[in-house]
Write a protein of this length. Structure first.
Length: 67
């Protein structure tokens, strides 16, 4: 149910806010991959979670542009 709440919050934002959030998520993913490569990352499942959040953000942006 946490995912539905996250998507609802995304739908309330404007496209520019979503783009900012997308950039922040991509930076976080880069940092997580860097930490993983240097064996400093404890919670490796966070990488998967951030990747899916990026996909959710991109999906909402596409839906807003097509609407």
């Amino acid at each position: 149910m946490k995912t539905k709440k996250y998507v609802e919050d995304l739908r309330k934002k404007s496209v520019s806010e979503l783009n900012q959030e997308l950039v922040a998520a991509k930076k976080e993913l880069f940092n997580l991959r860097f930490q993983n490569a240097t064996n400093q990352l404890d919670n490796t499942s966070r990488i998967r979670e951030v990747r899916r959040n990026i996909a959710r953000i991109q999906t909402v942006i596409t839906q807003m542009e097509n609407a």
